[in-house]
Design a protein around this ligand. Structure first.
Ligand code: ATP
Ligand code: MG
Length: 326
């Protein structure tokens, strides 16, 4: 069995041809491949250490198949889940980019783009949460971007396969990074869909500032920070993001799930609100410097003139009546 992903490049898995390695996470490699009809796909192959464990394979396949039933434009489409010889893999739509790669390349993103990506992710979450599925490992690497700019969530349920496996076997295995872990996950407490809003909050924080709110090389220290420390202000790091967006991020990052958004629809409502309040200045453009102040001075002066004209007219009327009555 191969232990390095490059050995698989140029090989076939089932009816898929593997062309190049895209990247790797804690327990799988991701390749660019092709279906027999030439359609490019992404192929996620379990690393041999895990593919060789029947219990892990069962969990992985079960969660992949559950995720494959999620049919939504903002959730990656899983095309097949299979085993070929010693390799366990699933295939999915190939995306042009990931949010993680974009932030690495371009640094913090413009606010309108952050809001658009947040809305897409939120729509995907609303659908999955409606089906009773929690992501548990939302982060910029798991937010992919299609060539038309649509954001799609990937790796739904995979974290559940891993954590369930760890719980039942005691095997120490961490997925990805603890930078996006909710306080309740850090404490090993039961969680619901609101853990995904915390991870989305960290993701938006990263997209807005280029940094995550908490960093430490020590896993336990990082977990403590998620549980206890208030996140540093995103606007201190990036003053041009709006107070409204900062408020949304803070609410997602609340330590207690009760202080976060209750559901994806509520969060979506706030995101749409932030976007709507931004639009007037973006679409019409800012007024020339000082014109607002000029308007503010002019408007009361004009209405004062109207009032005086009315008073003078009224007095003239009374005077005319008095003269006529004499
Ligand atoms: N369908 C896809 N299209 C394009 N890129 C993808 C696709 N799926 C995964 N990737 C990219 O491949 C890389 C490896 O993904 P993978 O899911 O294995 O690891 P991860 O999400 O970084 O970490 P982990 O899975 O350990 O939490 C990531 O950078 C990810 O963005
Ligand atoms: Mg991933």
């Amino acid at each position: 069995m191969t232990n390095v992903p490059t050995d698989l490049v140029g090989q076939s898995l089932g009816s898929y041809h593997l062309e190049r390695l895209l990247g790797q996470g804690g327990f799988a490699w991701v390749f660019v491949g092709r279906e027999p009809n030439g359609t490019p796909v992404a192929i996620k192959v379990l690393k041999p250490r895990y593919a060789g464990d029947p219990q892990f394979e069962t969990r992985f396949r079960h969660e992949s198949e559950t995720a494959a039933n999620l049919d939504h434009p903002n959730i990656i489409r899983i095309r097949s889940v299979a085993r070929s010889g010693e390799h366990v893999y699933f295939t999915m739509d190939l995306c042009a980019d990931s949010l993680a790669a974009r932030i690495t390349r371009e640094g913090p993103l413009p606010e309108p783009e952050i809001l658009k990506i947040a809305r897409d992710v939120c729509n995907g979450l609303a659908h999955a949460h409606g089906q009773g599925l929690i992501h548990r490992d939302l982060k910029p690497d798991n937010v992919l971007i299609r060539s038309d700019g649509t954001a799609v969530i990937t790796d739904f349920g995979i974290a559940r396969a891993v954590s369930g496996y760890v719980a039942s076997t005691g095997v120490n295995m961490t997925i990805g990074t603890p930078h996006y872990l909710s306080p309740e996950q850090a404490q090993g407490r039961p969680l619901d869909q609101r853990a995904d809003f915390y991870a989305l909050g960290v993701t938006l924080y990263k997209a807005a500032t280029g940094e995550v709110p908490f960093t430490s090389t020590d896993w336990f220290e990082l977990a403590r920070m998620h549980v206890e420390d208030p996140p540093p202000s995103p606007r201190k790091k990036r003053p041009d993001i709006s107070k409204r967006l900062e408020r949304v991020i803070y609410r997602c990052l609340a330590k207690h799930p009760d202080d976060r958004y209750r559901n994806a629809e509520e969060l979506l409502g706030d995101l749409i609100d932030v976007e709507a309040k931004q639009r007037p200045t973006q679409e019409i453009g800012r007024p020339p410097a000082g014109s607002r102040e000029i308007q503010a001075i002019r408007a009361p002066a004009q209405s004062r003139l109207k009032m005086w004209l009315a008073v003078v007219g009224f007095l003239a009327l009374i005077a005319a009546v008095v003269i006529l009555m004499r």
